[in-house]
Design a protein around this ligand. Sequence first.
Ligand SMILES: *Cc1c(COP(=O)(O)O)cnc(C)c1O
Length: 808
Amino acid sequence: MTPFTTKTLEEALTAKLMLNFGKAPDEATDQEMMKASALVLRDVMAIRGVESHKKARREQQKQVHYLSLEFLMGRSLMKNAYNLEVLPQLKEALEHLGFKAADIFELEPDAGLGNGGLGRLAACYLDSMTTLEIPATGYSICYELGIFKQKIVEGQQVELPDDWKNLGAAWLLPKPEEAQEVRFGGTLREFWDDGHLHIVNENAITVQAIPCDMVVAGYGTKHVNTLRLWDARASHPVDMALFSRGEYLKAAEEEAMAKTIARILYPEDNHYEGKSLRLKQQYFFVSATVQSIARNHLETYGTLKNFHEKNVIQINDTHPTLVIPELMRIFIDEAGMSWDEAWDITRQSVAYTNHTVLAEALERWPQSLVETLLPRIWQIIQEISARWQKKVEEFYHDPTKTKKMAILWDGEVRMANLCIAGGIAVNGVSGLHSDILKKDVFKEACGMEPWKFQNVTNGIDHRRWLSEINPGLDGLIRDLTGGDEYLTHPAALRKLDDYADDKTVQARLAAIKRKNKEDFAAYAKKTQGVVLNPDAIFDVQVKRLHEYKRQLLNVLHIISLYQKLQEDPNAITHPHTFLFGAKAAPGYAVAKRIIRLINSLADEIDHNPICKDKLQVVFLENYRVSLAERLMPASEVSQQISTAGKEASGTGNMKFMMNGALTVGTLDGANVEMHEVLGDENMFLFGLHADEVERLKKEGYVPQRLYNRDPVLQNCLNALRKGFRDGVSYEDLYQRLLFGAGGSPADEYLLLADFASYCQAEQRMAETYGNAERWNRMSIHNIARSGIFAADRAVAEYADNIWHVPHK
Ligand SMILES: *Cc1c(COP(=O)(O)O)cnc(C)c1O
């Protein structure tokens, strides 16, 4: 299975350096060596990719196509070496050639083609699909700039462009011969021929979509899959000859479109912006993808009539919804099918994953924009909508339900309803979230077609998020479970449960965590200049900054601890370090204010001698996959404190649990399933449940009453209002919590309602930390029971229940 020994790898690296850069190893820079390493591994994977592809064709296997506007891949060098089982050999070969392996790995930029959980999920699933030997392809856009780099300047977030392709492109294999043409705008001309109505799109702006393929290796298999990233090029280079023919302007327009379309990833997470460039990106990516799938299918089968038997398209949220009308367009306009036949095949080919119930995240495109940008797609959506509406009316005879389920309403195209109408399956991403979809958000659709609605609880690539990044813990697990079985059978982690009371195992786990904390402290010192106390509790909240995720609740609790400490310097018995990491969408003013607040509070606490060796707050700059990989193994407390009912699943929660951190959390998203396997005794639950949140909101929630009743809360809010030693007042956040602002109600996410309960949970946590034996036992149970959150389990469920494809 292993494609290299240390020696053959050294030879391959040397040859690659000479061929590509004209240099011997002792002349090459770290950058050149990083690229050479990527190219050597890419070569092996590309060869295996050809084999995987041939096999899928020969055996006429059903193909999975995973469409996502985001793939948050992070770094690939260590991951690919790990999956190819040559990581030790690569490290050795690099050292033999005079390089520091750690420096080479550290040089690789993150491929940050995503915002957060949704994009990272796609990356984890690609790994599992490959490891489970499912013939699958991921599709996205080859953004020139990924998610912005975050700097903190005077306490505030500053965004810098993420120019990742300089080094990151070493993994990409451009395939210009497989380019597709995507059409925008223009006019439709209809004519009858041969008894058929034909529709052609004339005078359209066309853009070339060029595939840049990233090969992905699975673990313990020679199977290889591809992530196909579409880059944009102008179809007609602008030249003066066009001028005289009156085509100059159109060519210039095409060039402008091609230049902007793949330029940048939109940095909003869980938020719909409605920008026309975003719709262009969506159609560009969808049209290129569907054309490429259809072309490959035709090459193998010579017909599209069996398309649904040999292909399934999974769409990650509604962003790729246009696959539905695009498939219809190809089946009808290009393959000459009737509407009914085309609809039958389309509906059986597409499945939709919902990722949020937040109203502000639901995509509703203006009809006028769709009509001018995509005239033929608009016609098809109108027809789908009319037929769907008729079906709904005949089923319910209820205008309010017709309105709720409508695809076109009030001048908008509702993408989620289009997905429900045009797909074979709709799934939520945790048990609670899927229940909310069925009972609330999509209640009417579920009443009409209950068989479509499913749950697949999210999962993470446990090889990356445990084995690869936490070698100490990986070693302990191998010792206790008798080898590496858990890498391909994550349920084997359960065996650790038997050692929960074993003092020597507890001590080994504690030593591993201690070492990881020291390593992280050294990294934080080197990169950010902060000094972390490895004796302190590492209490961590890292995720996108969003009001529903309630970083502000964490802050309020820290303020309460700070005030307690002023009254009684012995109020904190064990040093406690709160670590935050979060990017805010550049246009999300409140989120940016919360980042500034965290930094103001960190500064205040830093300058108060009472807090020394007791309380510390640190904001970690530029939270991203490679930072998460360093942080998870060092974390002890995982903050998962969203308002119940708002976090669809969460995946950060799973990464922490797998690395032995204990959760302080609400019964939200996948925390509910964590609680099912852990029980009350192995996590620190607090707060209102999802149904209680709904009830409280219905009854009328008045946060001022809590303010008036609870002096601790009152003092915290007053301190927030006044601000800290840097002189910045947070009156605006105070107003938002007590009275509401800018159209949002007072304390929309119920921070005040959960405050007392949260403080108690943190207190239980700190007391438990004081009992090392108890803490380590809980930590072992957490690791042991985290196997259900492996992406392998989630992908197997998709394969069995939605895609109907075989897997390893
Ligand atoms: C896992 C991950 C997330 C998702 O975190 P949640 O806590 O589930 O929101 C976001 N960003 C990065 C970089 C991640 O690795």
